[in-house]
Design a protein around this ligand. Structure first.
Ligand code: FMN
Length: 159
């Protein structure tokens, strides 16, 4: 039997440098700093105007982002660990703080600042997110693939 595997390279986030981005209220990138560009492997002009999920890594559970949006829409700061996808399909881990920016008391945009994480924390969070994702995918699989006829069949089977 032939076995194949993909290898993805982790990029280390430098100490003493912040990775910064800003978005409009719908999550479209309006600004990234040079460190962000460097770490993600994109040029700023490739990211500005794009939804922030272009760097979403498939290992991230949906619930992390649900929590993020709920928190920032409520006017609070979200703090959490994020695995991001580089342009070359490699990845990098960051501890992120994301919050709203107010102008004259009115919410006008969102900003985020990210820092490096320790190796231990990255391993821990990979396990946490793997577990969350498998739970989420399990339940969504049921929701997605059961049509009415199948649902009737399941109900009949359960009786
Ligand atoms: C200011 C700000 C920064 C964000 N930074 C990231 C990020 O670094 N990585 C990421 O995957 N999502 C980030 N998001 C969340 C994305 O907008 C998006 O919700 C997420 O990638 C999941 O994609 P989805 O909502 O299409 O499922 C950020 C959102 C905001 C408002």
């Amino acid at each position: 039997m032939e076995t194949s595997f993909d290898m993805f390279i982790e990029t280390e986030v430098p100490e003493n440098e912040l990775i910064i981005s800003r978005t409009d209220l719908s999550g479209i990138i309006t600004y990234i700093n040079e460190t962000f560009a460097h770490i993600s492997g994109y040029e700023p002009e490739e990211l500005i105007g794009k939804p922030h999920n272009v760097i979403r890594h498939p290992d991230m559970p949906k619930s992390a982002f649900d929590d993020l949006w709920k928190t920032i829409k409520a006017g609070e700061t979200w703090r959490g660990y994020v695995k991001n996808l580089r342009k070359d399909k490699g990845y990098y881990w960051v501890y992120a703080e994301i919050s709203g920016v107010l102008k004259d008391g009115k919410l006008v945009e969102y900003k985020s600042i990210r820092e490096p994480m320790s190796r231990e924390k990255r391993i821990e969070m990979q396990n946490v997110y793997d577990k969350l994702r498998s739970e989420e995918e399990h339940s969504s699989r049921v929701v997605l693939y059961v049509d009415n006829d199948q649902l009737e069949a399941i109900k009949a089977f359960e009786k």
